[in-house]
Design a protein around this ligand. Structure first.
Ligand code: FAD
Length: 551
């Protein structure tokens, strides 16, 4: 007898765990299989973006992230140096995470917590639901996608025994070399090798006292050849990650290369312990499709980008949130045939944009290889100070694109989604550093602080929310009844606050379970059932004439 689960998730990295947690939070049974034992040899991500923190808030785990052991007062400066005991060329100052304010558009702020702090938080969240099963040391071997279920062969990595698991849906959150993506025959397009990079996790308890740059999150090292190395403070304590940035040419850095890079960075020998070495290829790739039949991919399985901009995992967690409510809807029977197709239509364009922006950021970090520092930058003479200041100011300004990215973290939209009902207004430009809130259908529903201390975001979640805004808002009864008739979970919330009206610009706004706007107008639609059928994926939105007739 095979075991059956509604959703089988392959991979318990941050994206698989977030999807399992979101499904558990919605009461959807699922099973996660992970080939590893849950230990993280070398943490990759460490920046949790503001949108991901909004999801953590919804899930009730934002405090768990806040209380992670990364010290709140550890300065988050990014410093550009010739060496740790050489010259400082520039510095972008950021306070410790406990002292950073939320942006005005969000009730949350981004957080610094490396993967070996954040994955256990997501795991604890997923495990808190009885309907979620996590199976470690269990690898996907192969799968077959049938008309009404997927049959997966999985192997216990300790005993080598195999067994069969069946599922209504299979989601590959199994990372860069995804067996699910491969098994589904999905190709990736883009640039397969931007750099061959070597990451070295090392321990050095007194690192800040060994140099003159002070405590900072990231050091970027610029030599006569341009940018060659970075060092980041992984846990705000004794662990650091050095990255020998490399080039598109394949290279295998030896232990001697690693030790000489550390010596060059410090300007002398010092005591440290190498904890792990990870050789990896920085890529710019997006899957050509996000699903085939009953099989979907999410996270690094679907998109691979340079970490410059901290968009990788954060994009993947957005995937998980987009897919979570849609799987819930189809498993409960109210999601239409188009709903799961819309996952790829909505998320793939976001990945294409984020992947390209991450490569652009890499280009900025490496722009010193084209505009090499003048030799005086490395000279200890009074005349050199002005040349250093000039070069450093240019690089500091260049790097700002990477530090300020709310247009990506918060401003992604599903403008052309087949399940979003356009309101006829032109799409505002997509922003990069800045972010202007909009309630245009497809956008993240805006945050407005409510008098009771909540955010408007706290109103959205497991079902649809119909906001009735202002003193004369229509009742919304037509939409409520149409939703009830189709089995769509919905509740109406009346908000008579001018600041909510300013942010949402319409008297009736329908917000989806993932917090994106599905539809808005000042009046009830003439055919409310047509709107509900469109946003639940039962009837793809066809053309302007059809929209006109219904609204
Ligand atoms: C140096 C570096 C720094 C980064 N910093 C950031 C950052 O600050 N912010 C950010 O958002 N992103 C960052 N990223 C990117 C981020 O780490 C990834 O995007 C993220 O880890 C992807 O998560 P995932 O769950 O999709 O995949 P992964 O983390 O790769 O997890 C996939 C899991 O699937 C498992 N698996 C694979 N195959 C199988 C199988 N056949 N059966 C069972 N299990 C399987 C693997 O063991 C693994 O645990 C960084 C990346 C790097 C390299």
């Amino acid at each position: 007898m095979s075991e059956h689960t509604p959703v089988l998730i392959v991979g318990a990295g941050p994206v698989g765990l977030a999807l399992a947690g979101d499904l558990g939070w919605r009461g959807v049974p699922c099973t996660v299989i992970e080939q590893g034992d849950g230990r993280i040899e070398q943490p990759k991500m460490d920046l949790i973006g503001v949108r991901t923190m909004e999801f953590c808030r919804r899930w009730g785990i934002a405090d768990w992230v806040r209380d992670a052991p990364y010290p709140g007062d550890y300065p988050q400066d990014c410093v550009f140096v010739t060496g740790l005991n050489g010259f400082e060329l520039g510095r972008e100052r950021f306070p410790g995470r406990a002292f950073e304010a939320s942006p005005p558009q969000s009730p949350q702020k981004r957080e610094r917590a490396p993967q070996d702090m954040f994955d256990p938080i997501l795991k604890r969240f997923a495990e808190s639901f009885d309907c979620v099963t996590l199976q470690y040391q269990t690898a996907l071997v192969s799968f077959a996608d049938g008309p009404d279920r997927v049959e997966a062969t999985v192997r216990d990595t300790r005993s080598g025994t195999t067994r069969t698991l069946t599922a209504a849906y299979l989601v590959g959150a199994d990372g860069a070399s995804s067996a699910v993506r491969e098994g589904a025959g999905i190709a990736m397009s883009g640039n397969p090798a931007l750099t061959y990079t070597t990451n070295v996790l090392f321990r050095c308890a007194d690192f800040p006292s060994l140099h003159r740059m002070g405590k900072a999150y990231r050091f970027i090292f610029i030599g006569p050849e341009g940018t060659w190395l970075t060092i980041v403070a992984i846990n705000g304590g004794d662990r650091f990650r050095m990255s020998i940035v490399g080039t598109p040419d394949k290279v295998n850095h030896s232990e001697d290369d690693i030790r000489s890079a550390l010596r060059r960075a410090m300007g002398r020998d010092f005591d440290y312990e190498i904890l792990s070495v990870m050789r990896w290829v920085r890529r710019e790739l997006v899957a050509d499709r996000y699903g085939v039949g009953r099989v979907f991919i999410a996270g690094d399985s679907a998109h691979l980008m340079s970490p410059t901009g901290a968009l990788g995992m954060n994009t993947g967690i957005q995937d998980a949130v987009d897919l979570g409510w849609k799987l819930d809807a189809v498993l409960r029977g109210w999601g239409g045939a188009e709903l799961l197709h819309s996952y790829g239509s909505e998320r793939r364009p976001v990945a294409l944009r984020n992947v390209a922006a991450s490569t652009e950021n890499l280009g900025r970090m490496l722009s010193t290889r084209d505009r090499k520092p003048p030799p005086e930058v490395f000279a200890d003479t009074p005349q050199a100070d002005a040349i250093r200041a000039d070069y450093g100011a240019w690089f500091t300004e260049t790097m700002r694109h990477e530090w300020f990215m709310n247009g990506f973290h918060l401003g992604y939209r599903y403008d052309d989604s087949p399940i979003v009902w356009p309101d006829g207004t032109p799409a505002p430009p997509l922003e990069t550093s800045t972010y202007t809130q909009t309630a245009r259908p497809g956008a993240r529903a805006p945050h407005v602080a409510l008098p009771d201390g909540r955010s408007t975001l706290d109103l959205f979640g497991r079902g649809f929310t119909l906001l009735r805004i202002g003193p004369n808002a229509p009742s919304g009864e037509g939409l409520m009844q149409a939703a009830a008739a189709a089995g769509v979970p919905i509740r109406a919330v009346a908000l008579d606050r001018p600041e909510v009206g300013d942010a949402y610009q319409r008297a009736l706004v329908l917000v989806r379970p993932d917090g994106h706007v599905a539809w808005r107008d000042d009046a009830e639609p003439r055919q409310p059932a047509a709107v509900i059928d469109a946003v639940r994926g039962a009837k793809p939105i066809a053309g302007a004439a059809q929209l006109e007739a219904a609204s």
